[in-house]
Design a protein around this ligand. Structure first.
Ligand code: PEP
Ligand code: MG
Length: 756
């Protein structure tokens, strides 16, 4: 059964579009179960009706013509109830609804299961049989299993389908939404520019050409070049290979000479596709055909075809002297975008970023936040190679991408965008103003930094210090651990740029999803494993070198604070303090006149919340890492788009924890700040103020908004609002309450509500 499941899923995965995927599903399932009929009804996103879309065994002329509402007929009942329905005599069921012309009258046995992806019913899968019998348990569980497995594939194919629809021209395509992870806040409406890696057949964007002749010429030239390469290599290796191995080159040459491949590519070019796109489409089809072959010898040919296709593509790409041109509102889309790719596009043309892989912690997300470019990460369901030139909306607040936006959706986002721009202009005037409440309470606004680019940006936006300098970002850019002197110079420039304002440097925080290429950590549960302080305490040579470099760098400036990540017990703090004191002692002994910096603890593990008072007694300050604290309190992976709905720092449990930490620090007379993303959310400002946080540390782009929020409210009202909110039952009600509060303060432009 497992083998059969795997084969079906694999085959469906290779399907080109939704219709072919559904066709394969109904054929294979009918065979597997031995049923007379197998059908799929897909939910139409506009009407909400379930459309008869794929079938084996009934009148297929009715495909696309017949549909049922939720609750209507047996199919509608399965969809409405979201559970299987297994009947031996379908016609006697109260919900049976005969459909004219479909030809299902003679079928008695009925088994329907819903196809559900991310809580949404995408459709209903049905098998039917003439014989009056109940499908047995194993058949029912097979259908449930395959439906659950195929739901993701069907969802992906549906988004792809909505993109290809309008090229077919049958009807305007539906808007579709793909969920990813919020990478950098903001909204962008623009044109997709697909960035493809070099010589990857699967990442070539669709692109229409008007110059078919030169595309054809380029393709022929590339073919000739690859042929010459292969002949040369074959000749060189003639002596060293035995005849069977050498015969492989003949296979390669035959594939290249294969008239069908050449003709197919040429005819796609003649139809308007550029050479790279035509080549990739044809080669992928051939690869898939080989992969489907029964005989393993033939299946292996897929590798040869892929290799050849890649070689031809590489020649085409090398010969392509076209300058990438960027439309005014470019939205860069790519599998794995890098910082250098971002550097190639003029800043004023870059409206947004979508990365298919990666998380909010990826380098590109950190850079995007620093640059203020709305970004969605991890949008894995997006068929990105088909997006070139298409209108896309991205919502960097909620990590969502919209394709084929209809007028209403576009209007809604355009209004939110315009409102955001208005607010930004308003905020310009705040730069020189101090950050205090209407009743004169001062709150420090700090920035989170990591990249060199952050410094200028932060100072430009009037930061009052650095609340979190992520030292691992520098480490991630290198191919080995940086030396003490290298580190000293980097830290010195950071400290100098902000002096006399405080700079809080966090000791190396690797592990979890933050890897160093030269220090791999392989674990089953990396977020519960060797992370942050756990790594550096096990490697004192790393901690000592790093803290010595920090302390040396602060000579004559005295604006350094050191902060420890992922502390989960008192002994970690005690041990780290001992190392840091030793590092300080050594630096002083070497002749530097430098004082011992304050050392603080990040509260980002629930254990630290409950021991906040004890930690505060030993440390000089506390700083809440709300990103990790939310993840650990709610048991929700902060980088997993599947559970992204559950990740919410406004969850009352998180708020209670924050208050407890602030109270503990106050009771010990210590300063308390917060440096997770929550600090930069103006909706949270009133709560953090009410709880008694002394400083908020955020990305530079959030500074002005938070300052505006602080300057619009008073400390006396913050306490009662915070108390009220703490007693609400869930994050949704917390959000609603805070949004009403902000609106009453005239700050409604500071947020936009989720669409559903
Ligand atoms: C946090 O966890 O809130 C934090 C600021 O640290 P990082 O995002 O770097 O893990
Ligand atoms: Mg953290």
């Amino acid at each position: 059964m497992l083998e059969m499941l795997r084969n079906i899923v694999q085959e469906v995965n290779l399907a080109e579009d939704l219709d072919s995927a559904l066709k394969i599903i109904v054929q294979r399932i009918r065979e597997a179960i031995g049923a007379d009929v197998c059908s799929i009804y897909m939910r139409d996103q506009r009407s909400g009706r379930y459309v008869f879309q794929a079938n084996e065994g009934l009148n297929r002329e009715q495909l696309g013509q017949i549909s049922l509402a939720a609750g209507e007929g047996l199919v509608g009942l399965v969809a409405e109830r979201e559970e299987p329905l297994n009947l031996d005599l379908a016609t006697s069921h109260a919900n049976f609804h005969p459909v004219e012309g479909i030809g299902e009258e003679p079928f008695n046995a009925f088994l329907g299961v819903p196809i559900i992806h991310q809580r949404e019913v995408l459709g209903v899968l049905v098998v039917q049989q003439k014989e009056q019998r109940r499908f047995d348990e194993s058949e029912e569980s097979f259908l449930v299993t395959i439906s659950a497995q195929l739901a993701g594939v069907v969802a992906h194919a549906r988004v792809t389908g909505s993109i290809t629809f309008d090229t077919v021209g049958s009807r305007p395509p539906d808007s579709s939404k793909v969920r990813g992870i919020a990478g950098a806040p903001g909204i962008a409406i623009g044109e997709a520019v697909v960035v493809s890696p070099v010589a990857d057949l699967y990442a070539v964007p669709d692109f229409k050409t008007s110059d078919r002749r030169s595309e054809l010429r380029a393709f022929k030239k590339a073919l000739i070049a690859v042929r010459a390469d292969i002949e040369m290599v074959a000749e060189k290796l003639e002596e060293q290979l035995n005849p069977e191995e050498h015969a492989l080159f003949d296979v390669y040459l035959r594939i290249l000479d294969d008239a069908t491949i050449g003709t197919e590519v040429a005819s796609r070019i003649k139809a308007g596709q550029w050479a790279q796109g035509a080549l990739s489409q044809v080669m992928i089809e051939h690869i898939q055909n080989f992969e489907r072959m029964e005989q393993s010898y033939l299946r292996e040919r897929a590798v040869d075809v892929r290799d050849l296709g890649t070689r031809v593509l590489a020649y085409l790409q090398a010969a392509d002297s076209r300058q990438q041109s960027y439309p005014d509102s470019s939205i860069l889309v790519g599998e794995e975008l890098t910082a250098s790719i971002l550097g190639e596009i003029p800043r004023e043309k870059l409206a947004g970023i979508i990365s298919i892989t990666g998380s909010g912690n990826s380098h590109v997300a950190i850079l995007a936040r620093a640059m203020g470019v709305p970004t969605v990460m991890g949008a894995g369901d997006l068929p990105y190679t088909r997006l070139q030139g298409r209108e896309v909306i991205i919502d960097g607040y909620y990590g969502e991408v919209y394709l084929n936006p209809d007028a209403a959706l576009r209007e809604r986002f355009a209004a939110a965008l315009a409102q955001g721009e208005e607010v930004s202009q308003d905020l310009e005037s705040l730069r020189g103003e101090i950050c205090e409440t209407l009743d004169g309470h001062r709150l420090s606004l700090w920035v989170n930094t990591g990249l060199v680019e952050d410094v200028e940006h932060a100072l430009d936006h009037g930061a009052e210090g650095v609340g979190l300098y992520r030292t691992e970002v520098t480490f991630q850019r290198l191919d080995r651990f940086p030396s003490e002197e290298e580190q000293r110079q980097i830290y010195r420039s950071q400290l100098q740029a902000f002096a006399p304002l405080p700079v809080t440097m966090r000791t190396l925080d690797i592990g979890g999803d933050k890897a160093l290429p030269y220090f791999p950590i392989k674990e089953d549960n990396p977020f519960l494993g060797w992370r942050g302080i756990r790594v550096t305490l096990d490697h004192p040579e790393i901690l000592l070198v790093q803290t010595r470099a920090m302390i040396k760098a602060s000579a004559g400036l005295d604006n350094l604070r050191i902060m420890l990540p992922m502390v989960s017990n008192l002994s970690e703090l005690e041990e780290a303090l001992e190392f840091i004191r030793r590092a300080h002692h050594e630096v002083v002994e070497e002749g530097s006149e430098v004082s011992m910096p304050p050392v603080g603890v990040m509260v980002e593990v629930p254990a630290a919340v409950y021991q906040a008072r004890e930690l505060a007694r030993l440390a000089d300050f506390l700083s809440v890492g709300s990103n990790d604290l939310t993840q650990y309190l709610l048991a929700v992976d902060r980088n997993n788009s599947r559970v992204a709905d559950l990740y919410n720092a406004f969850h009352p449990a998180v708020l209670h924890a924050l208050r407890q930490v602030a109270e503990a620090a106050r009771a010990e007379g210590r300063q308390v700040s917060i440096c997770g993303e929550l600090a930069g959310d103006p909706a949270a400002t009133v709560l953090l103020l009410g709880m008694g946080f002394n400083a908020l540390s955020m990305n530079a782009n959030s500074l002005a908004r938070v300052k505006k929020a602080v300057r619009s409210l008073s400390l006396t009202e913050a306490g009662p609002i915070m108390e009220q909110v703490m007693n609400l039952g869930n994050s949704l009600s917390v959000h609603q309450r805070l949004q009403t509060f902000l609106s009453d303060k005239g700050l409604s432009g500071f947020f936009h509500a989720p669409l559903d």
